[in-house]
Every structure is written in C-alpha cells, then in structure tokens.
Write a protein that binds this ligand. Structure first.
Ligand code: 3HC
Length: 334
C-alpha cells in the first residue's frame, strides 16, 4: 500500500513535468525568449551550459594562437588591429561566462572543468600559427566560420546567450574583414613569396576550419534536441556548406587554390561540393592529441595560476568596499 502511494506521487510529478515540458516547448515554438528565472527542462539547461561554456573557453583559448604574433606584426597599424582583435576575444569570453552564470553555474567552476579536461574548447585552436599569413587566414576563415555559426545563435531561444551573441557577431565581422584584408595585401599586392606564404597557410588551415562546424549530421549527438529547442537553427553540415559556398569565391578572388582536389561546383544545386573530411584527425584533436593541445592547456593553466592573486585581491577589495558601505549605512540609520 505504501509503495502504491509512492507510485501515485511519482505519476503525479511526472504528469506535472510533462505539462511543464509541453508549455516550455510551445513557448520555444512561438519564438518567445526563455529567461533565467523561467522554468526550463534540466536537459535544456545542461545543453546550454555545455555549449556556452565550450564557446567561452574557445574565445579565451582562441587568444593564444594570435597573441603569438602581436610582438611580430609587420607594422604599427597591423599590431594595433591585432591587439584590438585579441582583446575583443577576451571580452567575448567574459560575456559568455556571464551568460552561462545566469544558468546557475559559476565561472570558476567552468574554468576548473576545462582545466580538469571535463569541458572542451574548439578544435581549431590546437593548430600552430607559423607565419604572418596564418593571422590573415584566422581572420578570414576561422572568424568567417565563427560568424557563419554564430549569426544564427543571435536567435537562440535562451535570451542571455542570444543577446551576448549580437555584440559578439558585430565584432567578429570586423575580425573577418581585417583577416581578409591581410590576405588581399599578401595575394594581390604582395610579392610571389608572400602569395606562396598565403597559399601555404590556406593549405594547412582549410580542413581544420571545416572541422570547426562539428561532426557530420549523422554523427552529431546533440543537433536534433538543440534544433527542437531552437538553440541551434541549422545543422553542422548545413552551416559548413553555407560557409564553403560563401568562401570559395573569396579564395578565387585572391587567386588561391583550395587544397581539395574533389572540390567542384554543382550547377544543378548551386553548391560547392567538397571532398571527404578526415574525421579521424578531428577526433584525435578533440581527444587532446592535436599539434598544440598540450601547449594551449599549459598556457591556460599557467594563466589561471598566475592570475590567482589578482582575483583574490579584487575579491578582498570588493569585500572591503561592501563592509565600508554597510558600516556607513548603519551609522546613517542610527
Ligand atoms: N571542437 C571541439 N569539440 C567539438 C567541435 C569542435 N569544433 N564540434 C563539436 N564538438 C564536440 C561537441 O561539443 C560534442 O561533444 P560533447 O558532447 O562532449 O560536448 C561532440 O563534439 C558532438 O558534437 P555535436 O554536433 O553533437 O555538438 P553541438 O550540437 O554542441 O554542436 C557546435 C557543436 C556547432 C560547435 C555548437 O556547440 C556551437 O554552435 N557552439 C557555439 C559556437 C562555438 O563554440 N564556437 C567555437 C569557436 S569560437 C570562435 O571561433 C572564436 C572566434 O573568435 C574565432
């Protein structure tokens, strides 16, 4: 009898949950934004925390490959633009950690999970920047791919993430332009050696950039749910195709050759078809065995440890100010 009573209670709770679920889904379907204090399914919250945290970590780790060239930028103008861009990426990380915090997690925990290997950052930031042309390529292709993926995120169902993405996309658009302008300078106004350097950078970055969009749709674990919840608006393969279609004419204008002998235009579909992506490389890099994974994680770990005193000092200062304000309020009230 006791067990029966429990079952009835469980059934009532399940019915209540499914009513909440249905109401939640109808709000999403009606394009209403979900806000931090609204009811949401646990799995929706977990998916957002996973994706936003991974995105935030990517922005911060993404500062490292380009940061490597700040001291070696070829002119003052280039150095100023690169500095501004790298600082923007730091800002994007900060907005995104703040957006994740609205879901009830702390930035400190998220960073710890990255350092413990429980969370990821984008595969693309595990490749080295060997020449100045790599900085052009990162702006043109890596930021170009990031924009293609992130513009639809401005319409994500979760309000704080969608709003953070609007500003981020504006800045990413400047990043893409500065990268393409470097490529134009190297390829159209540059020497044959500079053009060869640009081609070499394209050869090394093209395939890893295509992998940025994530596994093919048949292997993507999260796409179906994320599309239903309108976190994602397009599948990984759809975004990859849109990116290729937009990028190939830009590469042709530069006079560069894409390192894909199977690439051809399909006049019937209007799309550029591409060759097979080496998913074993993607899996290896995501599992921690890319060319720079160890170096990037060491740099993140060192930065976290070296910055500990700044966080402690900021916290102590904030506590001191709060105590002073409280004491002043007490005196005023007496
Ligand atoms: N690198 C590392 N891991 C990746 C990945 C990539 N390029 N693409 C997918 N994965 C991981 C996923 O996280 C997931 O692993 P998990 O379950 O352990 O988290 C697994 O591969 C399966 O992939 P799914 O397609 O099922 O995962 P998602 O539905 O989350 O789709 C995504 C992947 C398209 C990257 C999506 O998470 C997304 O749109 N994220 C937001 C954008 C983002 O994070 N961009 C990173 C680059 S930021 C950037 O480029 C900064 C700019 O300034 C240059």
């Amino acid at each position: 009898m006791y067990t029966q009573a429990l079952n009835i209670k469980d059934m009532a709770a399940a019915a209540e949950d499914s009513a909440f679920d249905a109401r939640f889904q109808s709000r999403v379907d009606a394009e209403e934004k979900i806000e931090p204090n609204d009811w949401m399914p646990d799995a929706y919250r977990r998916t957002l925390v996973r994706q936003i945290a991974q995105h935030a970590h990517s922005e911060i780790v993404g500062m490292l490959p380009e940061g490597n060239w700040i001291t070696r930028a070829p002119s003052l103008k280039r150095k100023a633009a690169l500095l501004a861009k790298v600082q923007d990426e730091g800002g994007h990380g900060a907005y995104l950690y703040a957006a994740a915090e609205t879901l009830g997690v702390s930035r400190e925990d998220l960073v710890e999970q990255l350092l413990d290997g429980k969370q990821k950052y984008s595969s693309i930031f595990n490749y080295p920047t060997l020449s100045w042309a790599d900085i052009g390529i990162i702006g043109w292709l890596v930021d170009g791919a990031a924009i293609m993926n992130q513009i639809p995120l401005c319409r994500c169902s979760y309000g704080p993430y969608a709003r953070a993405m609007i500003r981020i996309c504006k800045e990413e658009s400047f990043h893409q332009r500065q990268g393409y302008e470097i490529m134009v300078t190297l390829c159209r106004d540059g020497t044959p050696e500079q053009k060869a350097m640009a081609q070499d950078a394209l050869n090394r970055w093209w395939w890893p950039v295509l992998m940025m969009f994530g596994p093919s749709d048949k292997d993507s674990q999260h796409t179906d749910k994320s599309m239903r919840w309108k976190i994602k608006r397009f599948t990984n393969d759809d975004l990859r195709q849109k990116f290729i279609d937009a990028t190939v004419p830009q590469g042709q204008y530069l006079g560069l050759t894409f390192p894909d002998p199977a690439m051809k235009h399909n006049d019937r579909t209007g799309h550029w078809e591409h060759g097979e992506i080496d998913w074993s490389e993607f899996k290896r890099v995501v599992a921690g065995d890319g060319p720079c994974n160890r170096q990037r994680m060491k740099q993140r770990r060192d930065a976290n440890e070296n910055g500990a005193w700044v966080r402690e000092a900021a916290l102590a200062f904030a506590q001191k100010r709060r105590a002073r304000a409280e004491a002043a309020a007490r005196i005023a009230a007496e």
